[in-house]
Design a protein around this ligand. Sequence first.
Ligand code: PFF
Length: 463
Amino acid sequence: MFTLEFFTGTEMTDIKKTQHEEWSSRFAFILAATGSAVGLGNIWKFPYITGENGGGAFVLVYVLCVALIGIPIMMAETLLGRRSRQNPVNTMVLLTEEAQADKNWHYLGWMGITAGFLILSYYSVIAGWASAYVLKAFFGSFFSADAIEIKGIFYDFIASPIQLIFWHTLFMVSTMWIVAQGVSNGLEKSVRFLMPGLCLLLILLVAYAMTTSGYFQGLNFLFRPDFSKLTPGSVLTAMGQAFFTLSLGMGSVMVYGSYLPKSVSIAKASIIIASADTIVALLAGIIIFPIVFTHNLHPDSGPGLIFQTLPIAFGSMTGGWLFGILFFVMLVFAALTSSIALIEPAVAWLVEGKGLTRKKACIWSGLATWLLGFGTIFSFNNWSTFKIFDRSIFELLDYLTANLMLPIGGFCIAVFAGWIMKPHHSEEELNLPKPSHHLWKILVCYVAPLAVFLVFLHVIGIL
Ligand code: PFF
């Protein structure tokens, strides 16, 4: 059975000698990787950035990015992990040596560690919001409340640093406690009920959204592309979101791939995970935008969007009290299974590179992430007017990681798997029929790196 333990010693000989656990089945891998992929990115981030970027055209670009860039890179990242059977840093050391490539490729592992740490610092704050909303749902705060009252509840909440600090702390302590144990069986099992449960609740909420007067307006907004609303910046955001939501470009998929038995098809697993992830995001959109238009809210309300819309549904639907509690509990769990994947590379580096015990590694990385989280907390209240490059600390962290670091990481992974690695090694790992392998090669060698590159050129104004 799977345990996310890492191995000490970075010497090449040690790397080769270490034995590695394997997933019990393809299903276990898919569950854990889906657990990492499905999180706040789907339910919190996708709707609000879709709202900010004008709807349909943005969604179309996002889906295209998942299919043409996300899936091939997910396959590449998984195959790198499975080939080396090591954590990201050791993977890059080992595979660089195998391909006799430049040692600078080692930095790819480090960038992933940094990105994970930066993302978790704000991810935990938002997961804290979701945790607080479990309690609000339990105490019936949304009962019969109208849109204005719900909005008031949200703004009062984020205006209070003390409350945000409390919930952020609670979430970080829970995450680090679980990571310190090594990912437990319990958590892997919890994904088994979490995913179906979350889907069931989402379908229920879709049924509710269908009864609202703004249903078709919501669907229109989400699915009818208006290309005049698409800017270079929103194309970059859509691409960044594809990486963020699939957990790509920072070595976390590499870690999961390293536990994958040889018999499992990487292509099939990647397609299943990406499809499940996209379906959850689209369902979230189908629920949220009808509520937005029914209650005259603004689609571009920003990070608070789901906290200002879903409680309206829970406050007015039959059984809303129970569904509200269940929904936010599941959202917290979904965030937890993603957070673990975010911090694991940093913990592994502290254990292997710095020789710390796993417990100490968790304490130090957790403490650093927790402290950095204050930047995000204050972005919503005391420091809301403090901007760097016209962005609050939260916005800056999000931009730096999702829009820059993950796509750059993904670009490097595609180039490494497509150009640097010996072709027969990737063929061996993917084990695809010739035409499918050919298609993957074209996507990973040309389409994905070129798309990332062109979007970057466009954003910095060169193209
Ligand atoms: N994919 C997660 C989400 O959509 O919420 C976020 C994430 C998790 C990104 C793990 C990166 C990662 F390594």
